[in-house]
Design a protein around this ligand. Sequence first.
Ligand SMILES: Nc1ncnc2c1ncn2[C@@H]1O[C@H](COP(=O)(O)OP(=O)(O)OP(=O)(O)O)[C@@H](O)[C@H]1O
Length: 253
Amino acid sequence: MGDILLHVKDVHKSFGGLKALTNINLAIEQGTTHAIIGPNGAGKSTLLNTVIGRLVPDSGSVMFGGRSLTGLKPFEINQVGVVRVFQTPEIFPDLTLLQNVMIPALAKKEGSFRFNAFASLFKDTDVRDQALAMLEDLGLAEQKDREAAHLSRGDKRRLEMAMGLVQRPRLLLLDEPTAGMARHDTNRTIDLLQEVKKTGLTKVIIEHDMHVVFSLADRITVLAQGTIICEGTPDEVRGNPKVQEAYLGGAHL
Ligand SMILES: Nc1ncnc2c1ncn2[C@@H]1O[C@H](COP(=O)(O)OP(=O)(O)OP(=O)(O)O)[C@@H](O)[C@H]1O
């Protein structure tokens, strides 16, 4: 086994009487793509939120590259290299694509957002070049001067991906990256994530679309009702009767 980049240890999280996560243990190896799947309400988003600091586990810990993330604020977790791409794109609709990608690139450079200094910061040629290169990589360069609000749904997701990747993350968390996409856009996203995979970036992906999961994942963890019911390679997971049962009437594996 290679180096473990993200280690979730004995995590529990309840909301009132509801046990959203029970005894979760997860070790994500450096350079791999690890999918977390499970029926609605299984606890996938809750797990992701404990990693990025939006939720604090009731007990247990989250270790990243040997340091504890538990108790850190979301922006501090972001600064150590954990970047999340959201299910609903979090972009700045009134700004151009280029400006949208320059903002996280600037934040990375400056260590924090400096909204009142945008006018001068947008002249930073290094950051501009980085943002342009990223738009190029994601096939969005031709639209760089458009306002983000006017993009298609698929392109908004791609823009958000550019905003994530320009921060040169050590760990990229993708929350349903193809939700609501047509098959053509889904396939483009799979291609893009396969390209990203070649760079050695470690990724955790929550996804309902099994075509996406089986196209990308090296390992899969299956959650149901807040517990891990199975973990393994795609072939191991596909053949596991517990997984079939959890999905009964749901997605096909
Ligand atoms: N802030 C909250 N307060 C109360 N209950 C919550 C909260 N967040 C999540 N839950 C509950 O915790 C359980 C797990 O929810 P979670 O959103 O993590 O599941 P999920 O696997 O991401 O589901 P989906 O696939 O539908 O997004 C659900 O029963 C949900 O209703």
